[in-house]
Design a protein around this ligand. Structure first.
Ligand code: SAH
Length: 266
């Protein structure tokens, strides 16, 4: 079995960054504001005395997400719980908690933490859902990271991937987490996954030229889709689609940069 990357004890967490305003989750960052000049220097403490562990850096990532405007505590807590470094190659472990997308093999990327948090927060804001995510369909399992985050806030997660290599990798990454509510499927997500429908939410990690009709069909009334979509200028933007008893409501949001949505399996 492939050895999973462990978190390096000597990780540099950037001592010059400002101290967190609030502390979330099981953080081990403590501040000791002695003088005004020292007030912004976080002091890192490790209970074991062997250096920093990943919860410290993750807490810092979560704080940054909050500073960037992610104000959904449920999402922030979920982002604080899932160990992103377990989903990337060992050579990239040091970058696992930076706000950057990272290669996961086969030309695909794991989305930036900010984008993952933003999209899940948008799902939870759907007016028809009252903050409750029931069954969620994720298009593009990739390495499985976002599925693991979704599992913290949704009742059931169905995550579909068209590339066998990544599907297998996600399975392997997710296995030790023992998330009974995550179901990974190998298949073409452009067809949705009718076996789990109707979904309260559908989230895509790949952007196409148009939204597949199957997603609309498999969405419950009151449900919401959040996905990247190609816009007229050839760029991508996030689109939010709400399915109401009266029809579909669509909103185009900020520009994003996702890998392409492709049909078929490989
Ligand atoms: N959520 C993932 C991000 C993976 S990148 C993570 O956390 O790692 C997007 C993924 O979408 C890629 O793995 C790509 O292969 C996949 N993809 C693209 N088109 C697809 C389709 N039609 N069905 C399923 N997966 C698709």
């Amino acid at each position: 079995m492939k050895k999973r990357p462990s978190f390096p004890a000597q990780l540099d967490v950037g001592k010059t960054q400002p101290a967190p305003k609030t502390l979330l989750g099981a953080t081990r960052i403590v501040t000791t504001p002695k003088t005004s000049a020292q007030a912004h220097a976080p002091v890192m403490q490790s209970p074991s005395g062997v250096g920093l562990d990943s919860s410290t850096v993750r807490a810092r990532m979560v704080q940054k997400l909050a500073d960037q405007g992610i104000d959904d505590d449920g999402v922030l807590q979920a982002m604080g719980r899932v160990e992103r470094h377990r989903f990337v190659d060992s050579a990239l472990v040091n970058q696992a908690y930076e706000d950057t997308s990272l290669p996961i093999g086969l030309g695909q990327t794991i989305s930036k933490p900010n984008v993952v948090a933003r999209m899940i927060a948008l799902l939870r804001q759907a007016p028809g859902l009252q903050g409750q995510l029931g069954r969620v369909l994720e298009i593009g399992t990739g390495c499985g990271y976002q599925a693991a985050v979704l599992a913290q806030v949704a009742k059931e997660v169905y995550s579909i991937e068209r590339l066998r290599g990544l599907h297998d990798k996600a399975r392997e990454n997710l296995r030790p987490l023992r998330l009974p509510n995550v179901h990974v499927i190998f298949g073409d997500g452009m067809l949705g996954y009718p076996q789990g429908a109707p979904y309260s939410a559908i989230i895509s990690a790949a952007g196409g030229e148009a939204m597949p009709q199957a997603w609309i069909d498999q969405l419950a009334i009151g449900g919401r889709i959040v996905a990247p979509l190609q816009t007229a200028n050839g760029q991508q933007a996030l689109i939010v689609v709400d399915k109401t008893a009266q029809g579909l409501q669509q909103h185009l949001l900020e520009a994003v940069n996702f890998v392409p949505l492709k049909s078929g399996i490989a």
